[in-house]
Design a protein around this ligand. Structure first.
Ligand code: GTP
Length: 202
């Protein structure tokens, strides 16, 4: 099996929205609740399989805190995919999605694939952003919206899978009917080409 594909993915969003926890859930399948803000950037790698190709996902977790933002612009270089996260229990982080989109527009390539993620969907009580309005907003931007939870793991595999397939389609320019994650992965998902996951309820 060839291993020539490496996709660089950036995680963006306000401080405390759960970027580090989502990445930890995806790469190590665990959640540690203690909050330590990311300093600068951190990265993790996970290899997935897309249509018989091994694809290495190199995922960069950025600091959401404002004081680190000036150093972030260089990290957008050569990025093929962006996971833009907000916190469904914090309306402000959703309003700030506009800010992050402007940053993406300024610094990233025009064909970068973007996925909008509403994290912490396990916290039903504290919800401040309704799923439907976020989905409509995402649709107006032409991006896929996924609600996820790093605590329960809901949709975490799915969101990374969706982005990886989207990057594969854009950059490898192959039209395939579907993709399957490695068989040993018990959270394996099969995504059909063009299947949106906006209406998947958390
Ligand atoms: P910065 O590094 O400062 O940019 O923050 P971050 O976006 O990486 O946030 P982080 O992953 O560190 O999580 C922030 C807080 O949110 C932590 O206290 C986590 O326990 C909590 N958290 C993260 N994901 C979830 C989730 O899915 N549900 C709930 N309820 N809490 C979460």
């Amino acid at each position: 099996m060839d291993e020539r594909y490496v996709f660089k993915i950036l995680m963006l969003g306000d401080a405390g929205v759960g970027k580090t926890c989502l990445l930890q859930r995806f790469v190590e399948n665990r959640f540690t609740g203690n909050y330590k803000c990311t300093v600068g950037v951190d990265s993790k790698i996970r290899t997935v399989e897309i249509s018989g190709h091994k694809v290495k996902l190199q995922i960069w977790d950025t600091a959401g805190e404002e004081r680190y933002r000036s150093m972030m612009s260089s990290y957008y270089r050569h990025v093929q995919g962006i996971i833009l996260v907000f916190d469904t229990t914090r309306r402000r982080s959703y309003q700030n999605v506009d800010y992050w989109l402007k940053e993406i527009d300024k610094h990233a390539a025009t064909n970068v694939r973007i996925l909008l993620v509403g994290n912490k969907c396990d916290a039903f009580q504290g919800r401040q952003v309704c799923q439907q309005s976020a989905a409509i907003y995402a649709e107006s931007l032409g991006v896929t919206y996924v609600e996820a939870s790093a605590v329960t793991g809901a949709n975490v595999e799915r969101l990374f899978a969706n982005l990886a397939v989207s990057i594969f389609d854009t950059h490898v320019e192959r039209n395939r009917p579907g993709t399957v994650f490695p068989a040993e992965d018990k959270n394996a998902v099969t995504l059909k080409q063009g299947t949106g996951i906006r209406d998947f309820c958390c």
